[in-house]
Design a protein around this ligand. Structure first.
Ligand code: GTP
Ligand code: MG
Length: 454
């Protein structure tokens, strides 16, 4: 069988679909036209009813040895993950059994081990999933928190695609409308329709821009970055260890203990956060420590949230370098209140500080609640799906640019054909997000429902 365009035979592929390493049961997938033949070569005879599991003996027919007992299910094309014929084999997850099976399958003609992502690629090529859905699937597999998996599932189910496909469809609808006029060159678009068209495009621009401005989807996918920063010895590393419930950073009474940034991932009420401990801020003769301080400041600058830590002993003259960093994205902490008690509402640079003791576990719940509130306000899972990758944002910005160009071109009364090109580019840019770039196909579809009546 030859694939259109590429002239490479479409091989039947197989791979372990479940996790690597020893397991009670592992899932092996075979996909392609030769899937049933492969099953036959495994000694499984007789017709299998679709989507029914059968307990079968799996054999190497070349040496007549039984490989394992397995549950075998057949998913005939196109009703499978890849859209091809798929066989799923649930086999004991023993490294020896799997190696045995894979060696044998590799020795069969027309069969080979799948490359990374090849099943999903076939699913895309066969129109089973679009690109955003495949990204959703990948994110779902990588999801570490409840909110992340919810977002990924939504994207995998095609909710994000739906938004983009709608925009693309509506843009192409306008395009079709214009093309209908181009086909009748002696007629100008009536002015009121022209204005309506521009208003519609302006409405798309506004909608897309609102969608682009929502960063919560990306933050939820990547996690909120929170950097712990402050003078040396204030207890930053003690705090990260406490929050992570693990000894990830060295703690000592020597100022300048932490030199490099240390990252850890936390789940705060279902939301992912990447917490970074940094070197204490101070002037230093030591080259390595200076580099550490430089990195600390960079990490703070790039963070979504700064957790700025002071030592209660500093009261009332808090470290200036750390205080300078306080802004609206900061949580201000005064640590070691077990050693020195402070008045109730201490403010540093006008921001109320939370007094804690990382060592004695005082007020840590208040800190956690504050952290949770700050994280939630930044990655609230919104009602409508939000973009989750830079790639989406870039393509949408491109679309907006062309939509603007369309309006400008209309207003300067450029020939309608030229204006239409901008819409075509806008639709293409959006189409690249889902991988559906067939402007012409869609035009045909829209035209077929057109009644021009002339
Ligand atoms: N009394 C008291 N001591 C604390 C508290 N938290 C940390 N310490 C002590 O303060 C010292 C410094 O703690 P670290 O966590 O290493 O401080 P750091 O801010 O990471 O310091 P650098 O890495 O040098 O910047 C250690 O001896 C800790 O045990 C606290 O809440 N109360
Ligand atoms: Mg430290």
């Amino acid at each position: 069988v030859l694939a259109a365009g590429s002239w490479k035979p479409i091989m039947t592929i197989f791979a372990l679909a479940s996790g690597k390493g020893k397991a009670g049961v592992s899932l092996v997938r075979i996909s392609g036209q030769g899937a049933l033949a492969a099953l036959k070569s495994l000694g499984v005879e007789g017709a299998l009813q679709p989507r029914k599991a059968y307990l079968k003996s799996i054999k190497n027919l070349k040496n007549n040895e039984v490989i394992d007992e397995a549950l075998v299910t057949y998913f005939p094309a196109p009703n499978s993950f890849t859209g091809e014929d798929v066989i799923e084999i649930c086999i004991h997850g023993s490294i020896a059994v799997l190696n045995n099976l894979f060696d044998y399958l590799s020795s069969l003609e027309g069969l080979r081990m799948a490359e990374a992502g090849e099943f999903s690629r076939r699913a895309f090529e066969n129109g089973k999933l679009d690109l955003t859905q495949i990204e959703g699937l990948a994110d779902l597999i990588d999801a570490e928190t409840a909110a992340q998996s919810k977002q990924a599932l939504r994207q995998m189910q095609g909710q994000l695609s739906k938004i983009y496909e709608n925009w693309r469809f509506e843009i192409i609808e306008i395009l079709a409308f214009i093309e209908a006029y181009i086909d009748f060159p002696d007629e100008d678009i009536p002015q009121n329709l022209d204005i309506q068209m521009q208003e519609k495009v302006a409405k798309f621009i506004a909608e897309i821009e609102t969608h682009i401005s929502d960063k919560s989807g990306e933050r939820l996918r990547d996690g909120i970055v929170a950097t712990i920063i402050g003078a040396p010895n204030v207890g930053k590393s003690t705090l990260i260890n406490l929050l992570a419930k693990r000894d990830i950073a060295i703690v000592s009474e020597i100022a300048g203990t932490t030199r490099d940034s240390i990252e850890t991932h936390l789940d705060i009420a279902g939301f992912p956060i990447c917490l970074i401990d940094t070197a204490g801020l101070r002037e230093s003769e030591d080259k390595i420590e200076r580099e550490g301080v430089k990195r600390a400041l960079e990490k703070a600058e790039n963070a979504d949230l700064k957790i700025i830590v002071f030592d209660a002993a500093e009261y009332p003259n808090f470290n200036r370098d750390a205080a300078k960093l306080i802004d609206e994205n900061s949580i201000v902490l005064i640590n070691k209140i077990d050693a020195k008690s402070l008045p109730d509402d201490v403010k540093i640079n006008g921001v109320s500080a939370i007094s804690i003791s990382a060592n004695k576990n005082i007020n840590i719940n208040i800190l956690k609640d504050k952290l949770k509130a700050e994280v939630e306000s930044r990655i609230q899972l919104s009602e409508s799906p939000t973009l989750t990758r830079k790639r989406h944002r870039e393509r949408l910005l491109e679309a907006v640019k062309y939509l603007h160009k369309f309006i400008t071109a209309r207003q300067s009364k450029l020939p309608i054909e030229l204006c239409a090109e901008e819409l075509r580019f806008a639709a293409k840019a959006i189409g690249k997000i889902t991988g559906r770039i067939d402007v012409e196909d869609l035009l045909d579809k829209i035209f077929s429902s057109f009644c021009i009546g002339k």
